[in-house]
Design a protein around this ligand. Structure first.
Ligand SMILES: [Zn+2]
Length: 110
């Protein structure tokens, strides 16, 4: 077998920045992203409708943004609570307790 070679330019996608899925803040510095941001996902094993895909991942820049997405996703996930629903590696019921505890501490801070 002989190989014929020719020079080819290949285009590939490269990550140049990260965007917070809640507040749209953009971070260009990977080390800052890696050290101070959080990536998590949510999933369920139930049959879904189009508005709730079974798996989705998020990047957040702060605890405030994490809490906001957690609450929003929990309300969407509630329909799938009995189908191995998970968010940020927590079972649905545990995440719900966490959200309730966060709500309480926000009320006390206000
Ligand atoms: Zn954010």
């Amino acid at each position: 077998m002989s190989e014929l070679k020719e020079k080819k330019q290949v285009l590939r996608d490269e990550t140049v920045a990260y965007k917070c899925d809640f507040c749209d803040k953009v971070e260009h510095e990977y080390s800052t992203y890696k050290d101070t941001w959080y990536r998590f996902s949510r999933s369920h094993q139930g049959w879904g409708n189009d508005s709730c895909e079974s798996y989705e991942s998020f990047d957040v820049c702060s605890v405030r943004c994490f809490t906001a997405i957690l609450k929003k996703e929990l309300s969407e996930l509630s329909a799938y609570a009995r189908h191995d629903a998970e968010i940020a590696d927590m079972p649905f019921a545990f995440a719900q307790s966490l959200a309730a505890a966060l709500n309480k501490s926000e009320e006390q801070a206000a």
